[in-house]
Ligand binder design. Structure first.
Ligand SMILES: [Zn+2]
Ligand SMILES: [Zn+2]
Length: 270
């Protein structure tokens, strides 16, 4: 089966967004770490960010939102008018509310904002989400250093994203990895992350021709899937966001076979 289900333009655009997020992360890092210092004395409830009062500075968030819009303006053609409308919306948008709704992955909220302000339907949520990621990534790095006792959580312990990607490490261990905030946590090899069913017969694998590195683990019990990247077969170190992006073809194939993404019938992150 062919791998290029997504256009090269889309991949290039997303790669650029990921680079911008890395730059934004360095800019905001110090302040975010300052804001979450208070957590050092607290017992943290998982997932950590949705369970806390959101510790991010809204002016900084707005700056990253603007930066993302500028990037889209520089690199896309034919979207000028929509992007101008988006910019007008952002100037007046309740930025704290946007941050909260982005964290909750509240698509409905952004769709209704788009409709009210005559903005392309996909844009507000896309921008709000992409701008949130650098903040989440700083928190994830901080949490990883704390070495919390994590094992097989089905939601990202940092941002609450349902688990959808794992890596097989050189040691043979299986680690879940969040494309949204880059948090990683360990999982048992032969257990379905979504329904925890551990009957070995219920898990099977879907592979793509000419791709030895990525496959999907599908569960006949709950009909959900997990993408798995075999790091033993690659020496190139990539972010989880990039691994997720470069395996989008696998999502299409697996969903065509009737398997669902973890988010499909969940209520999103809580
Ligand atoms: Zn996460
Ligand atoms: Zn399952």
């Amino acid at each position: 089966m062919k791998q290029n289900v997504v256009t090269d333009e889309y991949l290039a655009l997303q790669r650029g967004v990921i680079e911008r997020q890395q730059e934004a992360k360095s800019r905001i890092q110090q302040q975010v770490l300052e804001e979450i210092k208070q957590w050092d004395d607290e017992v943290l409830t998982l997932p950590v960010v949705p369970q806390s009062s959101i510790p991010f500075n809204s002016d900084q968030y707005q700056e990253v939102v603007n930066d993302m819009i500028d990037y889209l303006k520089e690199t896309t053609t034919g979207l000028e008018e929509s992007l101008n409308q988006l910019q007008t919306w952002v100037k007046e948008a309740p930025i704290k509310e946007c941050m909260k709704r982005a964290l909750e992955f509240d698509t409905e909220y952004f769709l209704s904002e788009a409709e009210k302000h005559d903005v392309s339907p996909w844009m507000p949520h896309y921008i709000a989400e992409q701008a949130l990621r650098p903040f989440l990534q700083v928190v994830a790095e901080h949490l990883a250093a704390k070495k919390l006792p994590l094992n097989g959580e089905k939601q990202c312990p940092c941002c609450g994203e349902p688990a959808r990607l794992a890596t097989l490490e050189k040691s043979g261990e299986k680690w879940l990895a969040c494309p949204r905030c880059e948090m990683t946590w360990q999982q048992k090899r032969l257990v379905c992350i979504h329904c925890q069913y551990d009957n070995h017969d219920s898990l099977s694998y879907i592979t793509v021709e000419e791709d030895e590195i990525a496959h999907a683990e599908v569960c006949s019990h709950c009909h959900k899937y997990l993408k798995v990247i075999d790091k033993r077969k690659t020496f190139v170190k990539k972010s989880t966001a990039l691994l997720d992006l470069e395996t989008i073809h696998l999502d299409f194939i697996v969903q065509e076979e009737g398997y669902k993404e973890a988010r499909d019938d969940d209520e999103g992150v809580s």
